[in-house]
Ligand binder design. Sequence first.
Ligand code: SF4
Length: 557
Amino acid sequence: MTEDKERCLNAPDTEREELPVDVALVGAGPASLACAIHLRRLLAERGLEDKTVLVIDKAEEIGHHTLSGAVMDPRGLAGLFPDWRERGCPIEAEVGEDWAEILRPGGGSRRIPAPLTPPQLRNHGNVIISLNRLVRWLGEQAEELGCEVYPGFPAAEVTYDGERVTGVVTRDSGLDKEGAKKPTFEPGMRVSAEVTVFAEGSRGHLTKGLIKRLGLDAGANPQTWATGVKEIWEVPEETGAAMFGKVMHTGGHPLGTDAYGGGFIYGLSENRLALGFAVGLDYHDARLDPHALFVRWKQHPRIAGLLQGGKILRYGAKTIPEGGIFALPRLSGDGFCLIGDAAGMVNASTLKGVHLAIESGRLAAEAIADALAGNDTGSGALGRYDELFADSWVKKELWGVRNYRQAFDGGLFAGMVDFAAQRVTGGRGFFKRRPGHTDHSTTRPLSESKLGAPTFDDGLFLDKLTDVYHSGAVHEEDQPNHLVINDPTICATRCPEEYGNPCQHFCPAAVYELPEGELQLNPSNCVHCKTCDIADPYENIEWVVPEGGGGPKYTDM
Ligand code: SF4
């Protein structure tokens, strides 16, 4: 294995079954399933029904690893299925009313008057969804059209012929902690494909290695992420009815003016609320803890009041790529395409990416179908995807907010002033192109940290372990650790002194603990959010795909 290739925990020198397909899609989120659906239709139009389209996913069931807010702009879905409503696409509610509030640290809150609400936070015409339910429905549509959809098959390694991607190898199962084969050992398959589509979601493990190996991000800004923490609550009927179809975003408490982030509450059906808090991982405090900030946010009387008398149903966390168009890598190459969150297609100003993910999958399908029809799946033919993207409404939308997130690098007020300028300069703002930075490079020494732990209880303000229980996260315990520490000596020497082992704080699933001053890992808790792979100040942690079926078991998220 070369250094610029992804790390893989599979057993070396192992005989593997080969599964040849025409198109392999890695990950079963909205981008991937939209791509598979559209591709099957295009192949049928071209008389290429015999081509095989395979979707593989690391989750035990489709949707188990899928989480989002989510208020969806239906534009992407309507491009895929103009009759998406008539087909029974699951939605929670039409957005009836939306607003933004500033939470004051002392306890009060102030609603921003409608004319002053930033246009990107206006959601009329959008729908509240469970992304988890949406992808399950998309999975059914894909299977009806003849796509093979295999959950429980994590892609562990990319195979290459020179610079050409030739497929993936799925993860072995039945290896013990030391990597030795147990009696239950099952080797991963070698999936060889004419085209491999990387749709792993945010900070995809294989996508990260591919971008690095082929230099796909040459000339791009460093990607920047937020971590979002979410719960679903069942609330008393009165609260549920009052909030149904409502969309509330918050700024202010518990963040100061030197951090980027905020909270949301969306009113679902059946007296449920989706609530969450996202914070930029470039927050410089070494004790940055997205879960702790979420708890502090819930402790604000305005939020706590909405949860009174309710109970938690679900918990989860994910990272969100926020770097925008200047952080996008090249989207295609010899034998491959990148789509959705894996490529970084999120509009950070509207907090939305599902519509962009679906459309990116649809555009990639157009290029792949033509490439297969022409028996040429090289970088020239698949480069049509980059061209289609350049002419698309996805590009136009992202271009319109091209400097949005980077403008907040200098703090909230500087960002707001620049954003106001962006609105009258077609997205440009004060600078033609702001440069961005890696998140981990912004962490300041522990001696400057001001953040502390919140207080928890058994009711509204749950600790991490109680929350993780509600994510359903579980992994086979006796397997190689999928959270690889490159240099453990750093964890015991430099890191405690310089940053106070920030992994114990930024992980939203209590995977990293220091019970007696020594780092101890609980990989079974991992909800696959990838925060550790991004935020570690020494880039010392690598998230590597575990055995199939491990991870959270999200439903309704
Ligand atoms: Fe997220 Fe890493 Fe914690 Fe897993 S170990 S939940 S990927 S921060």
